[in-house]
Write a protein that binds this ligand. Structure first.
Ligand SMILES: *Cc1c(COP(=O)(O)O)cnc(C)c1O
Length: 433
């Protein structure tokens, strides 16, 4: 498989090059040259296939012959070693829980897949150049990347996070692993972390000294495996409905865009719904036809505090840059923090279900869509375990949440981080370590 840059000013590359580079030299996102539908018999027999087989069928054309079948299956076996349960909330609404992995966020799947692909490529080379994964996080991404890359040979991970702005559990996930994971606690906000990462990628002094790559959803190896969730949900719900509507709480639009790739592969998805917090760039666009990015504002669903979603360009590409086409496939709704809390309370009181703020937004968006579209089976994606957002969950609900073993194990570990206040300190580290 070849990948081209969506800025159209860089050469096509292989899967491996796209994964190692992250972003094309013209700063465009990589996109697959072709997307071939899967066979009808695959969808007819999907109930009898296990998750690894389904994932292998879905991803194999995107990897091509760059990772042999046996090795790719072994990678997937390792990546998908936890559950993806469907919980029925109402007669036509189900929650797809994507938080049963090691860091209890859906980003585990993409981070683990990317880490293992890089690990595989490193093993194939004799004289290998170490790769440094540089990532800025507002909380969830960093933890999933740290856990996913822990102990991967030839890869060093450097994480930047805003001091005092991530939850205690998230901070433990970022700072306690050691080994090939280094964390910098930045005296500033998330945007400062992000700006330092961008500067490092453009810094000529680092060229030739460090091979830097990113691990956010612009990287195809983090983005594409997210399509597996949609296949797993279809497998679980096929007996109830032949076509599904998915509601996805969105920030950078990597997850929902991966679902649209699954749809292109032939998965019967009738419609997508995006739910956002007040960072409503995409719902506004769907209303007005006018795409206007904004600066992000802080909300209680902070993994979606994004005003300029990086993957939206991929969504446009998947719909041939045709606004009408996009509108028939995607609806969008945005919610305030108050509405989010109300939904968490409602789900707890009437459905005995505890949602995190992101999942609650997915639920609201699905309910609003189904209000005017009867008789459809909908699934909302529950993207993080509520324990990770305890401080913003109403106390009487928070008190009921049991601490999962993954989290329990973290709590007594010791935080190791370096406090930095500016880019020069990061650069000094990258040049001298
Ligand atoms: C990252 C994240 C999102 C948003 O996903 P995108 O792919 O960036 O749209 C939603 N919920 C949680 C919990 C996240 O960590």
């Amino acid at each position: 498989m070849r990948y081209f840059s969506l800025n159209h000013k860089a050469p096509e590359v292989s899967f491996q090059e796209a994964v190692v580079k992250g972003l094309a030299p013209d700063k465009g996102l990589y996109f697959p040259n072709t997307i071939e539908s899967l066979s009808e018999s695959f969808f007819e027999t999907i109930e009898s296939l296990d998750h690894v087989t389904i994932a292998f069928e879905a991803i194999k054309q995107f990897v091509g012959n760059e990772i042999p079948e046996q090795d790719l299956k072994a990678i997937l076996e390792d990546v998908l070693s936890f559950d993806f349960p469907i919980v029925e909330i109402d007669k036509n609404i189900a929650s797809l829980e994507l938080y049963h992995g090691p860091t209890m966020a859906f980003k585990d799947v993409g981070a683990r897949f990317m880490a293992r692909c890089l690990g595989y490529f490193n093993k194939q080379k004799d004289s290998q150049e170490d790769i440094t994964v540089l990532v800025a996080t507002s909380g969830d991404t960093g933890g999933a990347v740290a856990s996913g890359f822990l102990g991967v040979d030839g890869v060093e991970v450097v994480i930047l996070y805003p001091s005092g702005k991530v939850s205690d559990i998230q901070e433990k996930q970022l700072t306690t692993l050691g080994n090939n994971i280094t964390s910098f606690e930045v005296d500033g906000v998330f945007d400062d972390c992000q700006a330092m990462v961008k500067r490092a990628f453009l810094d000529k002094d680092l060229e030739g000294k460090r091979s830097l790559t990113s691990a956010n959803s612009i990287n195809i190896a983090r983005w594409l495996p997210q399509m597996f969730y949609y296949f797993f949900a279809y497998k679980a719900l096929k007996h109830k409905s032949e076509a599904l509507v998915f509601s996805v709480p969105s920030g950078n639009y990597g997850n929902i865009c991966a679902g649209m790739v699954a749809q292109k592969l032939g998965l019967p998805i009738q419609h997508f719904v995006t739910g956002t917090n007040e960072n409503d760039t995409v719902p506004e666009y769907l209303k007005t036809g006018n795409y206007k990015t904004k600066s992000s504002v802080a909300t209680i669903s902070n993994a979606m505090d994004v005003g300029a979603p990086s993957n939206f360009i991929r969504i446009k590409e998947l719909h041939d840059h045709d606004f009408k086409k996009l509108k028939t496939n995607l609806s969008g709704f945005s919610y305030s923090d108050e509405e989010t809390i109300e939904a968490i309370n409602y789900l707890n009181e009437t459905k005995n279900y505890i949602a995190d703020p992101h999942g609650a937004i997915g639920f609201l968006a699905l309910r609003d869509y189904l209000d005017s579209n009867d008789g459809i089976q909908g699934v909302f994606l529950e993207t993080a375990h509520p324990i990770k957002f305890l401080p913003v969950i109403p106390k009487q609900i928070a008190d009921k949440i049991e601490t999962p073993t993954q989290i329990e194990a973290l709590l007594h570990l010791e935080k190791k981080s370096f406090v930095i206040s500016g880019y020069e300190e990061l650069k000094h580290y990258l040049l001298n370590n």
